[in-house]
Every structure is written in structure tokens, then in C-alpha cells.
Design a protein around this ligand. Structure first.
Ligand SMILES: NC(=O)C1=CN([C@@H]2O[C@H](COP(=O)(O)OP(=O)(O)OC[C@H]3O[C@@H](n4cnc5c(N)ncnc54)[C@H](O)[C@@H]3O)[C@@H](O)[C@H]2O)C=CC1
Ligand SMILES: O=C(O)CCC(=O)C(=O)O
Length: 389
């Protein structure tokens, strides 16, 4: 029986992938083999030694101490693209909220609830019409920072809204580039995008290079009166610099998914309670993808969509499976194969992949691995995790 500990609200469609005969799934299970979570922060929380993998039903993994887990052999997964459409739709809503004074005018109308005089109500409606007029998105320039799963979808859709679209992504992958319309123009650097955009939308992960990157300096390069949309992570902006820029009118609105005490108080800020991925469809996509990845890893040792281990899969045919992770240095694979040969263990099939400083190998062998064999392999220099799957 394998145990899965869950955090947050994980859609039932994904949880049902864990067959009830083989898995126990609960938010309080002791000694779990794996964790499936959304935004719950695992930093500063002791992880049970039994954990082999953590799956993030979503994109951002800044709630997981990935660097700390990697040398322990803990594989961290995410679900790339599974909630991108949901975020795209909320960004489009944010563009409209930023252009038309929708939330402000709705509050104004709600404030007329006690107005019983029909003529007076009409007068106030006309006053509101004058006060809350907006501008159209068509013809304006949208700057998209980060052109991955979400950014590319938004860039393409904004073109259909008649916007000019500029993108900036110094690490754009080939696959992501294929998703982008050729009508999206490329900014050479962040400041060039900021200087030309009426609307700026952020779609980068919260990593050291992007933490606080929308700061006083970036804001001073920003076009006067621009509106910034941040449904990516609160950590990307320096909040007091954003508030200062709103106060001087340097930027005219900040629309974000990450409320804070200071932001809630500001009348040029529109906030959602981290709603970007909260649609039935996105929640199901993420939980299904996360659960399938965990099952394939726990049952077969295969790794797909990990953020710290290489992508590696081998079809299960005959024999017994061993997996091991090691520092990506010469001779480790040779030493392990020599050890297996010395123990007269026949290798049926094998695949080995590396990523940055680590390597991972799946070996199918003829004889059932004993505990002693697992211990001998674990003792090989530079091997830091061995599993009989
Ligand atoms: N509010 C919400 O509910 C959600 C928020 N998110 C956030 O949005 C982020 C992006 O999500 P996806 O598009 O799915 O991820 P993704 O990994 O597909 O795309 C991220 C893109 O950012 C680019 N990038 C990295 N560093 C950069 C930099 N310094 N400047 C410009 N581009 C840079 C990468 O090359 C990549 O193309 C996530 O990391 C997460 O923090 C994602 C989903 C839901
Ligand atoms: O699980 C959620 O609702 C948050 C989604 C998110 O922020 C992400 O996928 O990075």
C-alpha cells in the first residue's frame, strides 16, 4: 500500500487515479511515499523521511524547497501548462478591468442602493457614466514578460483584441517559441518592453533573478501611466516601489492575484485572492497530471515533468526494476554495472539521463533485488538514492 499526503483543495478527478486497492490518500496520512499539493508552503516544515516525491498541481514551485530536496533524491514535479488557460482568461479580465473602471463603477452603483427617487437615481447614473469612462484595448500596446505556457497564450489572444504585443523572455524554449504568433515582437531587454507598453503582464517564475525585479529602477523605465498586471507571484514586485509609483501617477493601476495589507488599502489596486488557476477545468487538469506523474514514478521509477530531475522513462517488460540517483560525475554508472556483474546479476535493459549536477538511471535486472543489493549500491561513491521499484 502506497501513501499519498495531500495539501490544499485537490480535484477529485486526479485523486481517483490512485487506485483504492494500492493507495491510501489523505491529508493526514503518516509516513507518506509522496505529497500532492497546490500552494501550501513546505519551507520550514520537516518532511517525513519516507517521502520520495512531491508533485505540485500547478506551475510555480516556489512553495517547495527544491534545492534542499534534490540531494535527498526527492523528485519534485509540476504540471506545466495545465492551468495556463485559466490564468490567460483572468489576465484578459484584468486588462478589461484596467481599461474600463469596471470595479470602481460597480462600487459606485452599489452605493446607490438606498436611492429611492427615480429622477435622482437617473441623475447619479449619468454622473457615474461621466466619471467612470475608460479607453479601449484595441490599438494599445501589451508587454508580456515571460512567454512560457501562460505568456504565449495571452500574447496570441491580445493580438486578436487588436493590441500590439511585445514579448520579453531571455530563456524562451524552442517549444514555447513555436506557440507564439510571428506578430508578437521581441523586446531586446526588459526596459525596452517597459518603456513601450501601455499594459504590462508578468508571467515568470519567482526565482532569485526575478524576485523584486519590478522595482524603482524598472518602474522609472516604465511608460508614464502604464498599468501592471501580476497574476504570477507577489514576490516579483517590490511592493513599496509599486505603491510609490501609483501615488505619483507613474503607473496608473496595479492588478494582482496576491493581496497584502498595504495593497488592499490602495484605490488604484485591484486584487483577487490568488484566483488565477481556480477553475474547475484547471484544477482537474492539474490534479490529473500530478497524480499520473506520481503513479508512474512510484510504480515504475519513470520521471516526467520534474523540475529537479531529468525526464526519463523506460517501458516495463520483464524482470525487476532498480533506480538510482547520483552526482553527475564520471565512472559512477560503470562502477554500478561492474558491481552488478560481480554479483552475477544480469541487466535486461537500462536507461540513464542527466540534468545539471545529477544523473538518474533505471535498470531492469533478471533477479529480484535484495535489501543487501540496495545497500551495496547505496554505498557506491556519489550514489545518493537507490530504489527497488
Ligand atoms: N496566479 C496563479 O494562480 C498562477 C500563477 N502562475 C505563476 O506564473 C508563472 C508562469 O507560469 P507558466 O507560464 O505556466 O510557466 P512557464 O515555465 O511555462 O513559463 C515561464 C517563462 O518565464 C521565462 N522566464 C524565466 N525567467 C525570466 C526572466 N528573468 N525574464 C523573462 N522571462 C523569464 C521562462 O523562459 C519561461 O518561458 C509560474 O511560475 C507561477 O509562478 C502559474 C499558474 C497559476
Ligand atoms: O494551485 C493554485 O491555485 C495556484 C496556482 C499557481 O499559483 C501555480 O500554478 O503556480
Amino acid at each position: 500500500m502506497k501513501k499519498i499526503r495531500t495539501y490544499n483543495n485537490i480535484a477529485e478527478k486526479g485523486l481517483s487515479i490512485f487506485a483504492t486497492d494500492n493507495y491510501q490518500v489523505s491529508s493526514s496520512t503518516e509516513a507518506p511515499d509522496a505529497i500532492l499539493l497546490r500552494s501550501h508552503k513546505l519551507h520550514d516544515e520537516p518532511l517525513p523521511e519516507s517521502v520520495l516525491a512531491v508533485a505540485r498541481a500547478g506551475a510555480g514551485v516556489n512553495n517547495i524547497p527544491v534545492k534542499q530536496y534534490t540531494p535527498q533524491g526527492i523528485v519534485v514535479f509540476n504540471t506545466p501548462g495545465a492551468n495556463a488557460n485559466a490564468v490567460k482568461e483572468l489576465v484578459i479580465a484584468s486588462l478589461l478591468l484596467g481599461s474600463r473602471g469596471i470595479t470602481q463603477s460597480m462600487s459606485y452603483v452599489n452605493g446607490l442602493v438606498n436611492e429611492t427617487d427615480k429622477a435622482e437615481l437617473h441623475k447619479k447614473v449619468e454622473l457615474g457614466k461621466k466619471q467612470y469612462g475608460g479607453s479601449e484595448l484595441s490599438g494599445k500596446t501589451l508587454g508580456v514578460v515571460g512567454l512560457g505556457a501562460i505568456g504565449a497564450k495571452i500574447a496570441n489572444l491580445a493580438l486578436d483584441l487588436g493590441m500590439n504585443v511585445i514579448g520579453y523572455d531571455p530563456k524562451l524554449s524552442v517549444e514555447a517559441a513555436w506557440q507564439l504568433s510571428s506578430r508578437v515582437s521581441r523586446a531586446e531587454n526588459l526596459n525596452s518592453l517597459l518603456a513601450r507598453s501601455d499594459y504590462i503582464t508578468l508571467h515568470v517564475p519567482a526565482i532569485p533573478a526575478t524576485t523584486g525585479f519590478i522595482n524603482e529602477e524598472a518602474l522609472s523605465a516604465t511608460k508614464d501611466g502604464a498599468k501592471i498586471i501580476n497574476l504570477a507571484r507577489g514576490e516579483l514586485v517590490n511592493e513599496s516601489d509599486i505603491i510609490a509609483a501609483l501615488d505619483t501617477g507613474k503607473i496608473s493601476a496595479y492588478i494582482a492575484d496576491f493581496p497584502s495589507e498595504a495593497l488592499i488599502k490602495h484605490d488604484k489596486v485591484i486584487l483577487f485572492p490568488h484566483l488565477g488557476a481556480s477553475t474547475v477545468e484547471a484544477e482537474e487538469n492539474c490534479s490529473v497530471m500530478g497524480a499520473k506523474q506520481l503513479v508512474d514514478f512510484l510504480e515504475n521509477g519513470n520521471i516526467v515533468n520534474s523540475v529537479n530531475f531529468p525526464t526519463i522513462s523506460m517501458e516495463r517488460t520483464s524482470g525487476y526494476r532498480l533506480t538510482f540517483a547520483n552526482d553527475n560525475v564520471p565512472k559512477v554508472l560503470g562502477t554500478v554495472l561492474t558491481l552488478l556483474a560481480e554479483l552475477n546479476i544480469n541487466v535486461l535493459d537500462m536507461v540513464n539521463k542527466s540534468r545539471d549536477d545529477i544523473a538518474y538511471t533505471i535498470v531492469d535486472v533478471e533477479q529480484q533485488p535484495t535489501l543487501d543489493l540496495v545497500e551495496q549500491l547505496s554505498a557506491v561513491e556519489h550514489v545518493f538514492h537507490v530504489r527497488s521499484v
